[in-house]
Design a protein around this ligand. Structure first.
Ligand code: GUN
Length: 282
């Protein structure tokens, strides 16, 4: 069996470290505060948002909850964001995606002040990441780096292949792996001879949104696999973009689904909230 990269354990470790930091900040008179905005009542979003609020409570971060009706206008939402941008007691602003179709996500994510953009979606933060400057890093990619580092998997000098080129995962994880001195290739739906590329990799990050797509034929023996996908099987269990059972005997380490990358996203959101306060002091 390969080594299981335990997201649950590592996420808890991070949250416990943050708890200590938040207590210390409280003693200095700084009360970390996250504004959480949900528009409409998409069931999956409600589950995610509740999870984020629960994490805040665990760590000692104050969360302000804005549950807005589906028919909220883009302007109403922009007004709320402007108000929160100007509120010195609010350190992070999170607008849960997806938004109803009459609201432009791009306009909303770019309206959040880069200093409060704890999702790391603002172009200023993405641009800063691109030139190796300190920024709010997108939570899922930042979580992947923590999973690797805290599992003592070296990135420097390693062949890293990222499957997928989304703005929230594929592109930023490629930049973060590069920042860690990995040799990075991004492959995507138009890539030719995909197996030849993935077979070169020491570390493969799979974020293509296709259940059980990656089988052992794609992998080099002993490689490390990070599975970002999450899908529901017909029997209601979950699976990733990687066929776990098929690759288990080939890889040296792998993130399970669930309990791998997914749980790290929330932990890194909390990390960014605490960072928002620490950066303020600079
Ligand atoms: N919807 C699904 N994942 C995310 C996320 O990481 N951030 C936000 N804001 N919305 C999401």
């Amino acid at each position: 069996m390969p080594k299981l990269i335990d997201g649950k354990k590592i996420a808890l470790e991070i949250k416990n470290e943050l708890k200590v930091k938040v207590e210390k900040l409280k003693k200095e008179g700084k009360d970390v505060c996250l504004a959480v905005i949900q528009v409409g009542n998409d069931a999956a979003s409600t589950v995610y948002v509740n999870g984020k609020k629960k994490d805040c409570e665990y760590i000692g971060i104050r969360s302000l909850s804005y549950e807005l009706p589906e028919e909220t206008t883009e302007q109403d939402l922009l007004n709320l964001i402007e108000n929160l941008n100007g509120n010195a007691n609010v350190h992070g602003i999170l607008v849960q995606l997806p938004l109803p179709s009459h609201i432009h996500e791009e306009i909303i994510t770019q309206a959040i002040s880069p200093e409060k953009d704890v999702d790391g979606f603002h172009e200023v933060n993405i641009g800063r990441l691109c030139i190796g400057k300190e920024s709010f890093e997108c939570c899922t990619p930042a979580g992947i780096i923590q999973l690797l580092k805290r599992s003592e998997i070296e990135i420097e000098g390693k062949e890293c292949v990222v499957l997928g080129r989304s703005n929230n995962v594929g592109k930023p994880i490629a930049l973060l792996l590069l920042e860690e001195n990995g040799t990075v290739t991004i492959a995507h739906s138009r890539t030719k001879k995909l197996k030849e590329i993935t077979k070169r990799a020491d570390i493969v990050v799979v974020a293509i949104g296709k259940p059980k797509f990656i089988t052992k034929e794609y992998l080099k023996p002993g490689s490390v696999v990070v599975d970002v996908g999450i899908h529901r099987n017909q029997d209601n269990t979950l699976c990733g973009d990687v066929d776990f059972e098929d690759v288990a005997e080939t890889v040296s380490a792998i993130t399970p689904v669930p309990g791998g990358v997914g749980v790290m996203t929330r932990a890194m959101l909390m990390y960014n909230c605490v960072e928002a306060v620490c950066k303020e002091a600079l």
